[in-house]
Structure formats: structure tokens, C-alpha cells
Ligand binder design. Sequence first.
Ligand code: KDG
Ligand code: MG
Length: 408
Amino acid sequence: MKITDAKVFVGGPGKNYVTLKVTTDQGVYGLGDATLNNRETLPAKYLTDYLIPNLIGLDPRRSEDIWQLFYRGAYFRRGPIAMAAIGAIDMALWDIKAKLANMPLYQLLGGKSRDSALVYAHATGADLEDLMDSVAAYIEQGYKAVRVQCGIPDMPTASYATPDAKGGTEPFITDFSGIRPKTEIWDSEKYMRFMPGALAAIRDRFGPELKILHDVHHRLLPREAAAFAKEVEQVGLFWLEDPTPAEDQDALALVRQHSTTPIAIGEVFNSIWDCNKLIEKELIDFIRVAVTYAGGITHVRRIVDLAGQHHVRTGFHGAPSHSPISMAAQAHLNLWAPNFGIQEYLVLGTPACDTLFPSDHYVANGMQHVSEAPGLGVDFDEAEAERYEYKPGSHPIVRLEDGTLWNY
Ligand code: KDG
Ligand code: MG
């Protein structure tokens, strides 16, 4: 059996999804997602210029060897661009493998450890009252877990993932007016004075059952993060996410030393080498890698297994920057992983997105249900894809009030 062709498509409804389709001489094809938010053309180019020419002619069933070939063979290892490109190929090869076996992918991983998987939604508000309305709306829809992000009083712009005005939706997240980023203003002191009380008020209003998550989005120093995590302990958060930038894996030790608030980190990690110390020293509770830019199912599965030995559960990244293909791959991992924790889930499900990526995966009552179709259980409509093209866009950047550049 041989791979005969592989094509990359960039575009989609409201997002530049990077979609890989790998075809074989036996008519079976596989799909992968190499979307790297706001840098989408780069994994696409890495695929077309370097990986695909070496992929043609190989046996698609040798997914492990092909992973090693592209990882070790590059000499310059890791990094989100290469790992997103390798990840897309890996997903496509697992899709092919599971289609050949005529099984949904989770069966090849070891079968179901649960019937459906807990997800969390994004509640957001320009202020606390607005945020409460957003949380209430998700509870009404059956969600058991919500991430809460709130505008901070006296901050001159919206803060991370909050709308400019009441009733607005999360400004997700790419601004398609060009590649020059907008600037948000940040003040950690104002945030630390306001946010613990806001989280406590949400707990008071919605009671003990609601799983409350909060994303600091890398903005605190380790000492500040330790103080914050300690102060919010009585709220009983499900997790506190990205309290510090985690290039320095040891920084999390300070947070751990001072607080029992569960910590989630890793959405920007792209290999096991970015999180092995965090996991082995048991400094975190949830690992947030994504199958896209962490090297696909083959590599993420290794991270999940390491995590499982250290009481670290999964909480795969699921921002709308991931296409339904990688979300499907993660849905299968979620059904299998013995140390599954939660899945971030946003309703990608615009009719246009569903038309481009038809599938039977669905979320109901805050639980993710996985398609029984062979493979990843998601398809890609190439004719529909011709309606879309790449649109340049950017994340905001963050500066302190005096102009100093800070962490977005
Ligand atoms: O590209 C950046 C987004 O993926 C990120 O801001 C989303 O922090 C995020 C989250 O938790 O979903
Ligand atoms: Mg995050």
C-alpha cells in the first residue's frame, strides 16, 4: 500500500484552517489539521516544500516510522511549525489506519474508558454582571463546566477574551484587518485586586456543583501567580490556567508550594520536552497540549501516558483555532485516555463549518459524543473549500500602561 498524493488547503469560514488530505493507491484517504493560529501559511509551506515530497510513495500504515522520519530527519527538531506539519500527517495516517480496520479511531487506542467526555464552554463578560448572564446561559444549555473571563474595572481596554461592551461575545481572537496587531492594556495589580472576588461571587451565585475554570493567559509573574492561586483556593476552581508563561518549567514550583488550586498549562507546548519536568515533578494537574501543534496522535499519546503516571489529567486545547479534524482526533483520545480530565469546546458548528467538515461528533448537555464512523469520523468537502482563501490576521498584543510589552 502506498501514499499517492497529499494536498494542503488553507482557508475556512472565519478561520484559516490548514487541512491536509493524504490519498492512497487503495482509494482510502486520511485527513489532518495543521492550523497554527495566525501563522497558518507556515505549517502549510513546511508540508508542501519538505514533508509531502518525502511522503509520496511511503506505506501509510507505518505511521510510527513516518513520524520518526519527519521528527528526527529534520535535524532541527520541535517548534510549533514543524510539529503542526508532522501532527497533520500523523492524524491523516491514523485516520487511514482506522478506516482500513473499519473502526472508529478510539478502538485502535484501546477502546472506550467512558461513554462520553466532559467539555467546558467559554463564558465571558465586559463586567461581572455580564459574565454572570453568560454563565447562566451555558448552564441553561446543560454545560457542567465553564471557563469564566471578565473585564477588569479601570483597565482601558478589554482584558483577555472579554468583549469591549456588555452583551458582546468573545472577540475570537483573530483580527482579520491585517497582520498588524491591535494592542490591549494590562495591569496585573488591578487584575489581582478584582478577579478573586469575581470568582468567589460566581461560586456563590451558581453553587458548588458548577466546575469553574479561569485562564490567566500567561500574564502573572511566578510570585504573583502563587499569591493569586492561594487567594482563590476557597473558590474551589476546577483549574487555574496558564498562571505564568511556562518556558521556565521550574517557575511552577513556587505556585505549587503555596497553593492547592489545580493548575492547567500547555496549550503552547509542542513536545513532551516542554512539559516532562512539570509532569514528573507533579507541578501541574492538567496538561493542555493539542494534537495539532504537539505532533499529532502519536506524540500526544506519549505525553498522556507520561502524565498518567503522575496524576496529571488531560485538558486538551480546543480554541476555535483548531479545525473539526483535530477536535475529532482529540475526541477519540478523550474517550480512551484513562487519565482524561476535560475538553475545551467551542461551538465551531456554524452551518458553513459543518458543511466544510461533515461529521457525526456532537456535544449535548455538556458532554462530547464520538462518531462511530471508521477513522476520525470527520470528512472534508473539497468543492466547498474552494469558496475560501487565506486571509491575513493577527492576535492582539498586550502592553502595560507605560507601554512595556507584556505577555498576550
Ligand atoms: O491562538 C491563541 C488562542 O488559541 C488562545 O488564546 C486560546 O488561551 C486560549 C484558550 O485557552 O483557549
Ligand atoms: Mg488558554
